[in-house]
Design a protein around this ligand. Structure first.
Ligand code: WTA
Length: 658
């Protein structure tokens, strides 16, 4: 494919134009011949009789059902499906209809029957240096024990268990245990706080909550049980709270409600054998809440069958998973990246996954690099914000470690800026590791726009749609944009890992995703442009979602946390560019009668949002104002606030309230 032996900036072949970057990086990074020759995707391409990736892609979007069937057939089913895709009730699509499986059967049971039983499934390092490892055999035992404990409490198929844990092995173990018995998990990120947790418990009406005494972050306690107690007091549904001991901190245990996990695991009911529940392909696997444009977060629903096939296929081909790899997705299992690429797909591909509990720069800025060397990590997948955060400490920190085991790098969450791309490529990858910039969403379940190791890379672009995925950039009327013209990103055809609905709100599923652009296509909510080579450049969110350090937060949630403070009458939140976080939250507040703005009140309001929502939602600034720009129908015009803050033209404000 290329004439050079190492990847680096080289002359692009005549079919790929070179000076596309809207972000300042010149050149195209060509794939390495040896990588191309050995890639999983090359083997698949040849097995289908194609000689170029373009031919394979064109075939895959004309025959998506065959493409996905090829991969579904690599997994095991209790009963085969009758129909690959059912569109009769669009946009409520169904995949692998009639098929029976359980994602756990493929993630664990399947491997335990083979030599992989003794392969490491998980390696976990605590912030304090504690090491825990799980072979597939041990993972099976531990998951089965927790599954039996949950069963003994009456948790059954269709129930929703809320999990609020730090980044410790029990987090994936509890998720897997729920899935094994057919219950859904709803994981709430351990960095969220009282209101965020209470809202999510309320919506899912969980009877059982799993939490921990506390977690470690930068050597300090994150008091999860205390937050959980406050959240439970605000919601009626929780009857049982299972508590994992992580730090040994003294906590309140309410008799009759709170139970230690280690006590439960010592009971005879916690046997290490548990049958995996056969599930319909379309049975729900989990709920994951994500921020939307208005009101409360949306409970995105994913299924056993399609999600399993989608996450398995994408990890196998994009990160080219081989038997000997050591995979590290450095996200938190509490977000979709962690669900799909820490918990499920690494196990589905039978690889060894590494999980680290704490902060990247604790106790020193080389913590990550030292662990890559120590565990021989071969693939690192992280977010631009983490790269920027570590980059600021300089090259000396990574340089003192042997990073030569790395062969591929990955990025997710927001567009990667050129400085971060270059640093990642040169200093971490030593110019030997292609960077897989993967674009996707909580709703899509798995990678949608992404390179594979055989594609030329343009830094800052997530490159091209994955196989079987049909994507376009369009105007509001649905017509395609010209090359390099900004427009709305849409997905034209259904895909297996797509969300099936929003919990308790199917209408919102239809209006949010399928009614913004004519033609029944899925509207992503991002603006983007497509260049003349078909490479997609993501510009950013079009709605009121802010990406802070790659995490997705809704302005509505931050505003609701602010108005829950007695001093606040009205509030508006916007995202403004921030060097490390990508975006930071800026807020505007109208105070109630009798209150006056002061530095002290600003600090109090920031702390209040932190307490209600979690530290990531803590505003950078609180500005006291006497009015907010609104439309005549009373909607706050955040666009105007943003333009004013950036010193830009405020644009058309004719609909503004006078
Ligand atoms: C943004 C995270 C540019 C995008 C997996 C999307 C990206 C939102 C990329 C979803 C990327 C994600 N390049 N932008 N590689 N990956 N995004 O649901 O705006 O937390 O709509 O899922 O993140 O965020 P979510």
């Amino acid at each position: 494919m290329s004439e050079t032996q190492t990847d680096g900036v080289v002359e692009a072949p005549s079919t790929i134009s070179k000076s596309k970057s809207s972000n300042g990086v010149e050149g195209v990074y060509m794939p390495n011949d040896a990588v191309v020759e050995n890639a999983n995707i090359t083997a698949y391409m040849r097995s289908k009789g194609f000689s170029t990736y373009d031919e394979l892609y064109q075939w895959s979007i004309k025959n998506p059902e065959e493409f996905w069937t090829d991969h579904a057939s690599e997994l095991e089913w209790f009963q085969p499906w009758e129909k690959v895709l059912d569109e009769s009730k669009a946009p409520f699509y169904k995949w692998f209809v009639g098929g029976k499986t359980n994602i756990i059967y493929n993630a664990i049971d399947r491997h335990v029957k083979t030599w992989r039983r003794n392969k490491l499934a998980l390696i976990w390092e605590g912030e304090d240096g504690t090491l825990r490892t799980y072979s597939y055999h041990l993972l099976n035992r531990e998951v089965s024990k927790i599954a039996n404990v949950l069963k003994s409490m009456g948790v059954k198929k269709g129930d929703i268990v809320t999990i609020y844990l730090p980044r410790i092995p029990e987090l994936p173990l509890c998720m897997l245990a729920c899935a094994k018995i057919g219950a859904m998990h709803s994981v709430v990120y351990g960095g969220f706080s009282v209101e965020a947790l209470a809202d999510r418990i309320d919506d899912s009406k969980s009877r059982v909550l799993i939490t921990a005494d506390s977690g470690f972050m930068r050597g300090k306690f994150v008091e999860l049980k205390k937050i959980a107690d406050e959240a439970i007091a605000r919601t009626p549904s929780v009857q049982t709270c299972i508590v994992v001991r992580r730090t040994g901190q003294d906590i309140n245990m309410e008799s009759g409600r709170d139970l230690w996990l280690h006590d439960l695991l010592a009971l005879p009911i916690a046997s290490a054998h548990c049958e995996t529940e056969p599930m319909d392909a379309e049975d729900p696997l989990f709920i994951l809440y994500t921020s939307g444009t208005t009101g409360r977060p949306k409970g995105v629903v994913h299924t056993h069958g399609g999600y399993m096939v989608g996450t398995y296929t994408t990890l196998k081909h994009v990160f080219d998973i081989k038997e000997e790899d050591r995979w590290w997705c450095a996200a938190d299992p509490g977000w979709i990246t962690g669900h799909s690429y820490i918990v499920y797909s690494p196990l589905l591909t039978g690889t060894t996954s590494f999980i680290y509990e704490g902060a990247p720069n604790y106790p020193y800025p080389d913590r990550w690099w030292s662990m890559i060397a120590k565990y021989g990590i071969s693939i690192l997948y992280t977010a631009p914000t983490a790269i920027r955060g570590l980059m600021r400490f300089g090259e000396a920190w990574p340089s003192r470690h042997d990073l030569s085991t790395l062969r591929l790098l990955g990025s997710v969450g927001e567009p990667i800026n050129p400085e971060a791309w270059r640093w990642y490529h040169q200093v971490i990858g030593h110019e030997q590791c292609p960077i897989m910039d993967t674009w996707w969403q909580t709703e899509t379940g798995h990678f949608m726009i992404t390179p594979t190791p055989v594609l030329p890379l343009k830094p800052g672009s997530a490159t091209r749609p994955f196989l079987g995925i049909d994507i376009d950039v369009v105007h509001e009327d649905g017509s395609s944009c010209e090359a390099n013209e900004d427009g709305l990103l849409i997905i034209k055809r259904p895909w297996p890992g797509m969300l099936r609905t929003i919990l308790n709100d199917p209408d919102r599923y239809v209006t949010t995703y399928f009614e913004k652009v004519p033609g029944g296509v899925y509207t992503v909510g991002d603006s983007a442009r497509k260049d003349e080579d078909g490479y997609i450049w993501i510009i950013g969110r079009l709605d009121d979602v802010i990406k802070v350090s790659g995490y997705r937060l809704g302005t509505a949630e931050v505003e609701s946390a602010l108005v829950s403070h007695s001093a606040v009458a009205e509030a508006a939140a916007i995202g403004l560019p921030h060097e490390l976080k990508g975006n930071a939250i800026h807020t505007f507040v109208i105070l109630r009668e009798g209150y006056e703005g002061s530095q002290q009140l600003e600090d109090e309001l920031k702390a209040h949002v932190g307490h209600e929502m979690g530290p990531i939602a803590r505003p950078e600034r609180v500005e006291f104002v006497t009015s907010l720009p609104k439309t005549r129908s009373g909607k706050i015009m955040r666009r105007v606030l943003k333009a004013q803050a950036l010193g830009q033209d405020v644009g058309d404000i004719s609909t503004l309230e006078s």
